[in-house]
Design a protein around this ligand. Structure first.
Ligand code: SAM
Length: 471
């Protein structure tokens, strides 16, 4: 193993591509592909490898002989340390180019799909400050830069509130300014950090599993509502209330202040009680006159403005006339189901998270939508012939699975169902390609529309229309 991973220097490689999980790509003289975590296509770089395999190396650029013309100056002071926006050093038009390329490559190379003309990727108007949800972690053991470690200045205060350093579960980058969520996100985070310290509330120590302040979630919506969820490890009622009262006083615009007391090993709040301290226990998002109630645990697409574009494309691909029975598989809180409902006869939504289905039903009621029905269940168990017998055979299926794509039994049931149209929305075109190849004998891909929901990252959403062959 040691020999396999022996580090070598590869000099003056031209970077030729980007996209593979966000990495830039070059080719070494021995023919191996080189995946580089800190370069831009067009750069000429010298690489220190970190991993060697039969077909590839992984490595880091340690010097640059030529800087690519595709480069731009990153706007964020944390670029390079924070794992969040790895493509900030590449111009946005180039980011879009490589995202589109990634989708086409995956569909053709993994899926072996014969593609129609792929419509150019839909870019995001907002290239920064587009996220509606951020989760920050507290730590008493902040990440120190090499300069800080080497300097003579003693760093007394090691408290941090920010993001995990990539690959390091116990190291947190202390954020000054993050460019992902609109104001007052940065101001709220800074205030909570300062006030927590002023009140002498210990920041969480992951290794020792001690401390009070653990995570801070901030959710915002396009109509200006704001939710804060503060997670405590050890609780101190007096200090917690003093902190939350001060927060409410400083930011009267906050709609919902909630907290969680979680002293288990991991910091997921999904199995925890979320307690409402001030305001409502939910906020509202709006889209085309529809209202969506979002609570602390709800899934909602993270870029609201682009989610609207994504849903419009989905509805357009579905080509509804008002007569169709539609299945919305992996419906989450039923957003797509409700978005297409007024153009369909009936929509059936399926989702595995019970809270999401409760929210979906509430939202439908709130919106006065009566032609939707939602049920809870794992798709691979509930989506079967009994399901089809109960609800009727769908004319259009919309499917929006998680990153892993669809279970093979779900694909098999889609084949058995033989609906005339399937609209497949995916956040991972590699698993989408795998699923499409299973459907290929029965369905032809007739439209492909990549959508950029996450500027400055390599992530890309893709919507595909499948039409039944010989229908
Ligand atoms: C990408 S999200 C789509 C959400 C929704 N379509 C939207 O746009 O808001 C995928 C959803 O699938 C759900 N999910 C994951 N695995 C599932 C399974 N095996 N069966 C049913 N739902 C599942 C997740 O909880 C999540 O809500």
């Amino acid at each position: 193993m040691a020999r396999r991973n022996k580090r070598v220097i590869l000099e003056d490689l031209e970077v030729i591509d980007a996209g593979a999980k966000g990495k830039a790509v070059a080719r070494a003289e021995d023919g191996r592909v080189v995946f580089i975590n800190n370069a831009v296509p067009g750069d000429v770089v010298t690489i220190q490898t970190t991993k060697k395999r039969k077909a590839y190396y992984e490595g880091t650029a340690i010097s640059v002989a030529k800087l690519s013309e595709k480069r731009v100056e990153p706007v964020c002071q944390h670029f390079g340390t924070c794992g969040g926006c790895k493509w900030q050093n590449m111009g946005y038009e180039h980011q879009l180019f490589y995202k589109q390329k990634e989708v086409v490559n995956n569909l053709t190379r993994i899926g072996h799909i014969e593609l129609p003309n792929v419509t150019p990727i839909l870019g995001s108007d907002a290239q920064y400050f587009y996220r509606n949800k951020m989760e920050f972690s507290f730590s008493s053991n902040k990440w120190l830069t090499l300069e800080q470690i080497q300097s003579d200045i003693q760093i007394e205060n090691k408290n941090a509130l920010g993001f995990h350093i990539p690959g390091m579960w116990d190291k947190i980058l202390d954020l000054n300014k993050c460019h992902l969520q609109r104001d007052p996100s940065n101001a709220i985070r800074d205030f909570v950090k300062d006030e927590g310290q002023r009140l002498d509330m210990p920041f969480y120590n992951t290794r020792k599993q001690e401390g009070m302040l653990r995570t801070l979630m901030i959710r915002t919506t396009s109509i200006g509502e704001i939710m804060i969820v503060l997670q405590m490890f050890e609780d101190h009622k007096g200090k917690r209330e003093a902190l939350l009262d001060a927060l409410a006083l400083k930011f009267p615009e906050i709609t919902s202040i909630q907290y969680v007391i979680n002293n288990k090993g991991n910091d997921t709040i999904y199995d925890q009680e979320v307690i409402c301290y001030k305001g409502r226990d939910h906020i509202f998002e709006e889209m085309e006159g529809l209202q969506f109630k979002i609570n602390a645990k709800s899934f909602y697409q993270t870029n609201s403005e682009q989610a609207y574009e994504l849903y419009k494309i989905t509805r357009d691909f579905a080509g509804l006339t008002g007569k169709e029975l539609v299945y919305d598989l992996y419906t989450g809180t039923g957003t797509i189901a409700q978005f297409v409902a007024k153009k369909a006869k009936k929509v059936i939504g399926v989702e595995s998270v019970p809270d999401a289905i409760t929210a979906a039903k509430e939202n439908a009621q709130l919106n006065g939508i009566t032609n939707v029905e939602f049920l809870v269940g794992d798709m691979k168990n509930v989506f079967n012939q009994d399901f089809v017998n109960q609800y009727g055979a769908a004319d259009v299926v919309i499917t929006d699975p998680p990153r892993d794509g669809m279970h093979k039994d779900v694909v098999a049931q889609l084949i058995a169902l033989a609906a005339p149209k399937i609209v497949y929305v995916s956040c991972n075109s590699a698993t989408q390609a795998r699923d499409l190849s299973l459907l290929d004998e029965y369905y032809k891909v007739t439209k492909v529309q990549p959508v950029d929901m996450f500027p400055q990252t390599h992530h890309v959403e893709n919507v595909v229309l499948l039409e039944k062959r010989n229908a």
